[in-house]
Ligand binder design. Structure first.
Ligand code: F6R
Length: 605
């Protein structure tokens, strides 16, 4: 998740650009850079590494320029390096840009620009933007930018400066966040509010399709065609710490609400012509016809995501044995490994000690390794043969929420692609792919249930235990729901296969016991409902999560999920169960972001 800052005004730009980037450090980055501009030219300094490395390079310079742009990059196209860092400039060194997002059609634009003789120096998708603006620049940079915007597909928050108009910063936004701000010293832009708060609390959040022109004395707002737009400014009432929470009370609440966006980001570029695109798999050079077995290996929530992947894979490719395993077991267990084994490691941090040790063991035995991680350049990402990134952004709350749902999304894409490579016909995946495309909206709709979930969470206020039950693909959802409740609310929670209830656990059900039951799997929903009836008969208070197809007349507490593929129910269900755990913890007054005894990244065994 890159960070952007921009300034034009009556004071030197550099102090704001750097402090703003520091405020955005939480987004994660691997390189940083700035361009300062005045009538004499552009001055660009960028480097792989941390902001302190950039500060050192700038330390002995006198840099009074009053306009500039800054960037921290989290590599997506091209490794972290000085050349791939932003800003990117044109060959004449008259235009400079910084960009967040992904230009999906960069390859075709690049091909055309190369034909026109444009020299490319980086491996990034972003570099095409500066050359495209240069291509259209006939003396009016605003016109050139408008023309370039017509060709850019994908997501972008974009800042442009040029020597032709050295007092102006141009900002364009589509599907990547960007705000602008203004004060008596000038105009600002940034990819998040914390970057500007020390300088101004008067901000305007840009909408998709907005083109803002920043000048020292104010901001003009246009659409991409150059038509003026009305401006909606707000005065931010909160301080810096609150701003990093984006107006939410806690990071966990913020991260739960970010899910529609980060799922969209994780899917970006992954569905092309109704098929899954995972070019990274080519680098594996795996002999698919020889594949002997697949292991999904992870810890905690990521392990629950792995159980999902195991079931999805087993359903589509039953002839190849597949197993989800806890990394702490895999690293010491006697599991068959060979060069024809594929081991898939799933982790938010990419630094979990057990998962890293499991990967080392798989490599020692000659297995092929693939990592699904959220943190760029993390240990797993560096060591695995191939890495796929979830694009959840920094997850700060200890309890994993958005990392989990993005793992489910990316694992679905991976399982579909692997199944196709193993000979399963593409038609089998139509429903899954359609559902994936709708998933940001589906999750958005689930978030609208939060008041209802809050009410139901009150049922737990004076309880010490809760039981979660489900069958088939609902099983690992209840395991994850119980884990979430335990870790943030400290309420003891157990998850059981609904059909196993009467083989022991039902002894625990008593008058007032809270049972959270999932019945989203149409073919076994009736069976689960009869298991639930058994708990009700013993006095349980049942919260039922099911689809609109299910008759729920006999239930007082019901939450509905949409009628999507049973294999993807886990995603909307996860959102409801995260909210449930969150509100139960809030009601009990727990520190939801930092539960006792837990660390965000478990780097010890
Ligand atoms: C639970 C949680 C943990 C992590 C586990 C693995 O909410 O966050 O169970 O999922 O410690 O961490 P990563 O995914 O970083 O390997």
């Amino acid at each position: 998740m890159c960070g952007i800052t921009g300034f034009t005004g009556k004071e030197a730009a550099l102090p704001f650009l750097l402090q703003g980037l520091e405020k955005l450090e939480y987004r994660g980055y691997d390189s940083a850079g700035v361009t300062l501009v005045d009538a004499k030219g552009l001055y660009t300094v960028k480097t792989k590494g941390r902001l302190k490395d950039l500060r050192e390079l700038l330390a002995n310079e006198h840099l009074p320029q009053t306009a500039g742009i800054g960037h921290t990059r989290w590599a997506t196209h091209g490794v972290p390096s000085n050349l791939n860092s932003h800003p990117h400039t044109n060959a004449k060194n008259t235009i400079s840009i910084v960009h967040n997002g992904i230009i999906e059609n960069y390859a075709s634009i690049k091909e055309e620009l190369l034909r026109q003789g444009y020299p490319f120096v980086s491996e990034t998708d972003s570099e095409v933007i500066v050359h495209l603006i240069d291509y259209y620049d006939k003396g009016d940079i605003f016109e050139a930018l408008k023309k370039a915007l017509r060709y850019l597909q994908g997501s972008f928050a974009l800042c442009v400066v040029s020597t032709a108009n050295p007092d102006t910063v141009y900002v364009a936004k589509k599907d990547s966040p960007m705000i602008v701000g203004h004060s008596s010293i000038g105009s600002f832009c940034a990819s998040d509010i914390p970057a500007v708060l020390e300088y101004t609390k008067d901000i305007m959040t840009l909408e998709d399709g907005n083109l803002a022109v920043l000048k020292a004395d104010g901001v003009e707002l246009y659409d991409f065609a150059g038509n003026p737009l009305p401006q909606h400014w707000t005065h931010v009432p909160y301080d810096l710490q609150a701003a990093q929470k984006g107006g939410y009370d806690t990071f966990m609440e913020k991260e739960i609400h970010e899910q529609p966006h980060v799922i969209q980001e994780t899917l970006r570029g992954r569905i092309v012509n109704d098929d899954i695109s995972l070019n990274e798999l080519d680098q594996l050079a795996f002999p698919w016809e020889n594949l002997e077995r697949v292991y999904f290996v992870a810890c905690g929530t990521a392990y629950n995501a792995s159980m999902f992947a195991q079931d999805l894979f087993r359903h589509h490719v039953p002839k190849i044995p597949s197993f989800a395993l806890a990394a702490s077991e895999f690293r010491y267990g006697s599991y068959y490994l060979s060069p024809n084994t594929l081991c898939i490691f799933v982790s938010q941090s990419g630094e979990t000690a057990d998962t890293l040790a499991a990967l080392n063991r798989a490599k020692e035995r000659g297995a092929k390794t693939l990592a699904i991680v959220n943190v760029l350049g993390s240990g797993l990402a560096r060591k695995a043969d191939v890495t796929l990134y979830t694009c959840a952004g920094p997850e700060i709350a200890v309890a994993s929420t958005k990392a989990y749902t993005t793992q489910l999304v990316l694992l679905t894409c991976l399982v579909i692609k692997m199944s196709e490579l193993l000979g399963v016909a593409r038609e089998n995946f139509k429903e899954l792919i359609d559902n994936l495309k709708d998933m940001p909206k589906i999750v958005e709709d689930m978030l609208k249930e939060k008041d209802q979930v809050h009410e139901y969470a009150k049922l737990l206020a004076d309880k010490h235990d809760a039981y979660f039950i489900g069958r088939k693909m609902d099983y690992f959802s209840v395991v994850e729901g119980a884990l979430k409740l335990k870790e943030v609310s400290y309420i003891h929670a157990d998850a059981y296969l609904a059909g196993e209830l009467k083989h022991g656990p039902i002894a625990l059900i008593d008058k007032g016991t809270v049972v959270i039951a999932l019945a989203t799997q149409a073919d076994v929903a009736a069976k689960t409902i009869s298991n639930i009836e058994e708990t009700k008969a013993r006095g349980a208070v049942v919260i039922l999560i099911t689809t609109s197809k299910q008759n729920t007349d006999k239930f007082n507490y019901v939450l509905r999920v949409p009628n999507i593929s049973p294999y993807l129910m886990a995603i909307p269900v996860a959102v409801l169960l995260q909210l449930f755990a969150y509100y139960a913890a809030v009601i009990k007054g727990c520190d939801v972001d930092k539960p006792r005894n837990l660390a965000k990244s478990v780097t010890v065994e």
